[in-house]
Design a protein around this ligand. Structure first.
Ligand code: NI
Length: 273
């Protein structure tokens, strides 16, 4: 199965029309790849400048909002997979981006008029060395007492390829329960999670042009490979969906309680240890 089902829309346009077949594909498979850019070359160039500035300045580090998703996050050590949560807090101009309006239009088309997304986080995968983002379901990170219909809109600021770490999905995995997770490599100092029994077949890779997007639901299993290319892979992720609700059953995500990350310590003390 391919990623992209043919849709409507004009080459290079920022407002992307989503065809009925794409809406159906999203609800059937739990993800959708849109290869028509929602950001043009000029906006992408601006975003790369803002993005690199935030990582260079280590924005959010003190509050625990910039950290290594895949390593132990020790001071003075190169991060394997640096991430910034809520980058718009440090660069509010991101909230004015035309790409964000376009992403909101897509999400409303998929989930209805109540749905919305905002700037969520930024994940930087360094050239030639980026760690893989192991298989996971986003909901595994969240409060188990809430019930979600949420989406992540993942936008690369350059081409995303299998070699530099485009996303992979398991079609239909949005219907799974939240599967058992653990900190990556079983190391509780690591913030990032991985499924204990990752899927071994059926994964679909979704390469994208610069400014294209993938959209996936809160339980859709996904993965990104390491960046073995010669250029950094920058991705900006918009998050949102429908308002969450109380979870009707009873469940626990013990893998989150087990974590002992440097990031949480910084957030608690407000300073770099
Ligand atoms: Ni994810």
């Amino acid at each position: 199965m391919g990623c992209v089902s043919g849709g409507e829309g004009t080459e290079g346009s920022r407002s992307v029309a989503i065809g009925d077949a794409e809406v159906a594909f999203f609800h059937e498979n739990g993800f959708l790849a849109i290869d028509r850019p929602i950001a043009d070359a000029e906006e992408l160039a601006w975003l790369r400048v803002v993005y690199d500035r935030l990582f260079d300045e280590r924005a959010g580090r003190t509050e625990g909002n910039q950290f290594d998703l895949a390593g132990a996050d020790e001071e003075g050590r190169e991060a394997a997979l640096p991430q910034i949560l809520d980058p718009a807090r440090y660069a509010p101009e991101l909230n004015q981006g035309r790409f964000l309006s376009a992403a909101n239009a897509i999400v409303r088309r998929l989930l209805g008029p109540e749905a919305s997304v905002g700037i969520g986080h930024a994940i930087y995968k360094p050239a030639g060395s980026g760690a893989a983002t192991p298989w996971h379901q986003d909901e595994a990170y969240w409060d188990p007492s809430r019930d979600y219909t949420s989406v992540s809109v993942w936008m690369p600021l350059q081409e995303a390829t299998v070699d530099n770490g485009c996303l992979w999905f398991i079609p239909g995995s949005h219907r799974w329960d939240v599967q058992p997770h653990r900190s990556i490599g079983g190391d509780v100092r690591v913030h990032g999670l991985e499924m204990v029994s990752p899927p071994t077949e059926g994964a679909v890779a979704c390469p994208l042009p610069p400014g294209g997007v993938t959209i996936h639901l809160n339980r859709t299993a996904h993965y990104a490979g390491p960046n073995v290319s010669g250029v950094p892979r920058r991705a900006l992720i918009m998050m949102g969906g429908l308002p969450d609700r109380p979870y009707s059953g009873s469940r626990a995500f013990p893998w989150n309680e087990a974590k002992r990350t440097a990031r949480a310590e910084r957030a608690a003390t407000g300073q770099t240890p």
